[in-house]
Design a protein around this ligand. Structure first.
Ligand SMILES: Nc1ncnc2c1ncn2[C@@H]1O[C@H](COP(=O)(O)OP(=O)(O)OP(=O)(O)O)[C@@H](O)[C@H]1O
Ligand SMILES: [Mg+2]
Length: 395
């Protein structure tokens, strides 16, 4: 089941093409939305086809698709692939013969396998070549763009893209469109909010979440499949979807669960069951986060705690941080011990800590901030491993 968001895609294309007055999208569109809310799906299934329909050459690259690969290389490769797609039959024959270079308009020569390398063409040249050979605007969609900041090559790629944008675009004529998405607004901000940031001056937009129209669509499907449940209470359905943080996959999953035991002649109403399942699912998420946290060593737990508490002000090894770690663990935590804990957190699969090439640290999963704030508000922070005590009483 896929719910298409055509109108949103059209609006975005208009903005990217510079058809909206007072809209900065031609300088780059930065979109944030939480995990699992349908970013990648929207970019690939709605935005990409809509751009292509308008005659634009689209390159999509997901920097999380291969987390161990350097993000700078992934971007260069994606541009290379698109360029290869533009090769004429003669150049394709050359490629088959092992020659990887193409000449554009007789002057510019691009060796596709070396794009972005010190001895190869720059990303700017490659994008210009792509634009000129396709005789069309180019749109580059970078999914999980914040990942580019974790390597120097990735950061350089971003700077190069900014430069390509400035060189290729003219007032009233957008030849290079950049769309960057990410699941963590704070990390995406690092691309735009400092003077030295590659896209300084741009702002981050929220990619709209799936909403009432998505719920209405599902309601119609349910009513068609199970006429005895009509009319479906849409506001209640919407509440369950909202409880789940607007994540379609989990919603469809609980719908499946809620619909399965009905068979014929349901004596219970579907909607309250859904709301309850949504709350259960949310509780599971919380418990998962708690057990992941409690599985960490005490020093690692305090490092995470400090990061959650300090947010952007976090410094891993300053005197105050070391004092914090020591106080909370009832031990004398040295810099070396804190570093070891940080390495362990970064090397976990999935990693719990994100580090930029410039040495800034952040919690990898942004949802953890919400979990932390909620527990602080409830007065249940820090989580305690009470299994020992519980077992003590029970046995
Ligand atoms: N418009 C939609 N209609 C139905 N299902 C959808 C829709 N968009 C996304 N989904 C489903 O939701 C799940 C998450 O989608 P997607 O991978 O696009 O999200 P994401 O925000 O990119 O996630 P991540 O943060 O993990 O990268 C997938 O199972 C996908 O099939
Ligand atoms: Mg994604």
């Amino acid at each position: 089941m896929y719910f298409s968001r055509l109108q949103l895609a059209e609006e975005m294309c208009e903005a990217l093409q510079g058809n909206n007055l007072f809209n900065d999208a031609p300088n780059g569109l930065f979109l944030a939305a939480p995990r699992r809310t349908g970013k990648s799906t929207f970019l690939q299934a709605d935005l990409k086809p809509e751009l292509e329909k308008r005659g634009i050459v689209v390159i999509y690259v997901d920097l999380w698709a291969a987390p161990m690969r350097d993000p700078g290389e992934l971007i260069a490769e994606a541009i290379g692939r698109a360029l290869r797609g533009q090769l004429n039959p003669i150049s394709k024959a050359a490629k088959a013969a092992g020659l990887e270079s193409i000449s554009i308009a007789g002057s510019l020569k691009i060796d596709i396998s070396k794009i972005g390398h010190p001895d190869g063409s720059t990303l700017v040249d490659a994008l210009r070549a792509l634009h000129e050979s396709a005789k069309a605007p180019v749109a580059l969609i970078i999914d999980e763009a914040q990942h580019s900041l974790t390597s120097e090559a990735g950061e350089n790629a971003m700077t190069a893209l900014k430069s390509a944008r400035d060189q290729l675009n003219r007032p009233g004529q957008v030849n290079l469109m950049l769309v960057m998405s990410g699941s963590d607004r704070d990390k995406l901000l690092r691309l735009v909010n400092a003077n030295a940031a590659p896209f300084y001056g741009s702002s981050i937009k929220h990619l709209p979440l799936l909403g009432d129209d998505f719920v209405a669509h599902l309601a119609t499907l349910i009513e068609r499949q199970r006429p005895e449940l009509a009319p479906v209470d849409q506001p209640l359905l919407a509440r369950a979807f909202q409880t789940l943080g607007h994540r379609p996959q989990f919603f469809i999953d609980i719908l499946g669960q809620a619909l399965s035991p009905f068979g014929t002649g349901a004596e219970r109403h579907l909607e309250p069951v859904l709301v309850e399942l949504a709350h259960q699912r949310l509780e599971q998420d919380r418990q998962q986060m708690e057990s992941d946290f409690l599985a960490l060593r005490p020093v690692e737990q305090t490092v995470i705690w400090r990061m959650l508490e300090q947010g952007a002000r976090f410094r891993p090894y300053d005197a105050e941080a070391l004092r914090f770690y020591s106080e909370k663990t009832d031990g004398a935590i040295t810099r070396a011990m804190a570093q070891k804990a940080m390495e362990a957190l970064r090397n976990r699969q999935p990693s719990m800590v994100w580090k930029s090439a410039r040495g800034e640290y952040a919690i990898d999963d942004a949802a953890m901030h919400h979990w932390y704030a909620q527990r602080v508000a409830e007065g249940t922070w820090p989580p305690k491993d009470d299994r020992v005590g519980w077992l003590g009483v029970e046995w």
